[in-house]
Structures are given as structure tokens and as C-alpha cells.
Design a binder for this molecule. Structure first.
Ligand SMILES: [Zn+2]
Length: 192
């Protein structure tokens, strides 16, 4: 069986080695079928965390990986094998590689089956931060890339329902989606 290799993204991405990711622990075998789901958009569950300087984004992503790998998850598993999100997008318009294309994320619990069929895309902003135009542009590029992937394409998108414990994705991102500024992958109709 051929090993699936995703296409390189057509935009600048900070790869794991470039933000200083530690190696993930072994992932347990798991079902992962984004063609049956798509993308879930998140923000971080604090009020205001968007770094003013881009160097702060690298620090933030490293801190998220450390926290995700050392704190018990909501499913009471020991700790996560890696940073929880598939990709992270900062207010300076840069995409950071998280788990990437090939591994299911661990951030989509509010959506039924969320971690088995949705990429988790996290804006590096808090609930009360506003998404910048640069963040929205980068998120759109990422969504387009994920929707166009051969074999592992994102077939649609979901937002965490209002009133979630984390407050994610926050009013700013929700409004950007509702106004059409953020373009989410769309489920196509029946194949002809
Ligand atoms: Zn940044």
C-alpha cells in the first residue's frame, strides 16, 4: 500500500522543527477521516492572549504543546501525545503546523465525532481578541488547502456551538464566519 503524502501547502507555514516542537509520543491507532467531516475553527480558551510581537507566537505554540502533553484530557486519557490542534494561525497571518494532515487532532470534542473527522484549526487569539485581516487571510488559505487535498480533503466545516465551556471560537471569529470573511470548506452535493 502506498504511503499517503500530502501536498505541500501553497503558503508559508512554520513547520514543527521551525517552532521548536518536541517529538510527539506514539499515537494510538485511531480512525481519521476528514473526508467525512472537515474543519472545526477554534480560538484559545482565555480572554486575551494574541501576542503583539510575532516572536511571542512561537513561544505561545511551544507552551500549548507542553500543556497539551502534560495535562489530562477531557476523555481522562493520561496526556495527549502531541499538541492538540492540526494547525494554528496567528494574528500576523502565519500558519503553524500542529499535528498536520495525517494525524487526528484532539480539540473537537464539542462536535460529535469531532476528532475522528475534523481538522482542528486554532486561531492564536483569546475569546475577546479580534481576528486581524492577516489572520483571516491565512485561515482562508489554510481552509482552501485542506479542502483541496487529495484523499484527505476537508469536506465541510463546523463551529463549536455557542455557549461552550471554553467560549471558543469567540465572537470575533464567529462573526467573521457569519459575515463570509472566513470562507469555510463547503460540503458538496451528491457526486454526479
Ligand atoms: Zn504571529
Amino acid at each position: 500500500m502506498a504511503i499517503y503524502e500530502p501536498e505541500s501547502p501553497p503558503f508559508e507555514m512554520v513547520e514543527r522543527s521551525d517552532w521548536g516542537a518536541v517529538a510527539p509520543d506514539p499515537h494510538p491507532p485511531s480512525s481519521w477521516m476528514p473526508v467525512n467531516g472537515g474543519v472545526v475553527i477554534h480560538c484559545l480558551g482565555q480572554d486575551r492572549v494574541a501576542p503583539a510581537a510575532h516572536s511571542g507566537c512561537f513561544t505561545l505554540v511551544r507552551g500549548l504543546q507542553k500543556a497539551d502533553m502534560s495535562v489530562a484530557g477531557v476523555e481522562k486519557l493520561p496526556a495527549e501525545p502531541d499538541i492538540s490542534h492540526s494547525y494554528l494561525v496567528c494574528v500576523h497571518g502565519v500558519v503553524f503546523e500542529g499535528r498536520g494532515v495525517l494525524v487526528r487532532p484532539f480539540a473537537n470534542e464539542p462536535i460529535p465525532g469531532g476528532n475522528m473527522r475534523y481538522y482542528a484549526v486554532c486561531a492564536l487569539i483569546g475569546v475577546q481578541d479580534s481576528p486581524t485581516d492577516a489572520l483571516i487571510d491565512a485561515m482562508n488559505s489554510l481552509n482552501t488547502y485542506l479542502a483541496g487535498l487529495e484523499g484527505h480533503f476537508a469536506a465541510g466545516a463546523e463551529l463549536v456551538p455557542p455557549g461552550s465551556a471554553s467560549g471558543s471560537p469567540g465572537d470575533g471569529l464567529r462573526q467573521a464566519v457569519e459575515s463570509g470573511s472566513i470562507v469555510l470548506p463547503q460540503r458538496s452535493g451528491e457526486e454526479n
